[in-house]
Design a binder for this molecule. Structure first.
Ligand code: NDP
Length: 313
């Protein structure tokens, strides 16, 4: 049997990172997780790291600020996956991945690098609105650095994480289902794509040793989870047995709401606009340079959104 690649996960205690660690272990990869000294007194992070160790992962002490240490860590593996946080809070953590690119280039042994993407395809977002475009711009800068350094790579376009977009019926500023009223973006008929976060991790790990995904973007498009906001609302109404009042928000009004918000929410409004008004997740066919995950890995039984929402009843 082909040997499974050794995987290093950077950002392993994060929201998607912890799922990548679990999926890597579940799929039998020797799994390494960066343990940053900067976590300091964050006892929750430390305990999560120790729980990964108990499940068979190896913790590697390394920091993005310690070049030599990071090179030594990267030299122990075949695949590096970054799950560094996005740019919602002006932290620009995505930019810190340039360090990682330098290190991977110097180490010279990495067969595949997956930078932190896991959302909309940034290469299709050159027109994105300020200030939310920071996410796409920073992800594209990292892509350019990877490609200039000739690092073998895969980009994961995971669309909407279910917990953040589905049970709340696509409402901003809440994760729970609305009780009486729901704000509907435009006519509510634009299709988005919702993916269980554990499925995101499963498909991601499936792709890392697959020659079909080399230097490509993998789009996660589970057919039954390509839904309009109206369809999401109807699913919840059917499950809960309660009909909600619908308040339709025209695009101009939605965009105007940005002006009194803080930076993070302005970023959010921009992203929601592109997804729910413009249809940026579904208004294109996957062309050359892309593959669709459920077609590559039909054996994965992905979570349907009705089942996902049942947890919230
Ligand atoms: P998190 O906010 O959970 O953070 C991930 C990790 O980033 C942290 O655990 C930490 O790693 C690392 N990190 C944070 N700050 C620093 C720092 N200063 N230096 C080094 N490492 C740092 O990230 P998410 O899981 O929310 O986001 C990961 C990716 O997913 C992003 O690209 C984001 O854009 C995308 N995303 C997609 C969504 C979707 O719906 N499709 C929704 C949300 C995010 P450590 O474990 O070492 O402490």
């Amino acid at each position: 049997m082909e040997k499974k690649s050794r995987v290093l996960i950077v950002g392993g205690t994060g929201y998607i990172g912890r799922r990548l660690v679990r999926a890597s272990l579940a799929q039998g990869h020797p799994t390494f997780v960066v343990m940053r000294p900067e976590i300091g007194l964050d006892v929750d992070k430390l305990q999560m790291l120790l729980s990964f160790k108990a499940q068979g992962a190896r913790l590697l002490e390394a920091s993005l600020d310690d070049h030599a240490g990071l090179v030594a860590a990267v030299k122990q593996v075949d695949v590096v996956i970054s799950a560094m946080s996005g740019s919602f809070n002006r932290s620009h953590n995505l930019k810190r991945q340039h360090k990682l690119v330098e290190v991977i280039k110097e180490a010279g042994n990495v067969k595949r690098f997956l930078p932190s993407e896991f959302g909309m395809d940034p290469s299709r977002m050159a027109h994105a609105l300020e200030p939310g475009r920071v996410t796409f711009d920073e992800k594209m800068e990292v892509r350019r650095a990877i490609e200039e350094a000739n690092i073998p790579h895969t980009y994961i376009s995971a669309n909407c994480f279910a917990a953040i977009f589905c049970p709340n019926l696509c409402q901003m500023r809440t994760l729970l289902p609305p009780k009486e009223k729901v704000r509907v973006y435009g006519d509510g008929n634009v299709k988005v794509i919702l993916v269980d976060e554990d499925d995101v991790a499963t498909y991601t790990i499936k792709s890392i040793d697959d020659p079909r995904t080399l230097n490509k973007t993998i789009y996660l498009r589970p057919k039954d989870n390509i839904l309009s906001q109206n369809e999401v609302i109807t699913k919840w109404e059917t499950l809960s047995g309660k009909v909600l009042e619908k308040i339709h928000i025209p695009a101009e009004e939605f965009l105007a709401s940005m002006k009194d918000m803080d930076f993070a929410h302005q970023v959010g409004v921009g992203h929601f606009y592109h997804m729910f008004y413009e249809g940026c997740l579904t208004n294109f066919d996957i062309g050359e340079g892309g593959e669709e995950a459920t077609l590559l890995y039909p054996e994965v039984v992905y979570t349907r959104m009705d089942d996902y929402m049942k947890q919230y009843l």
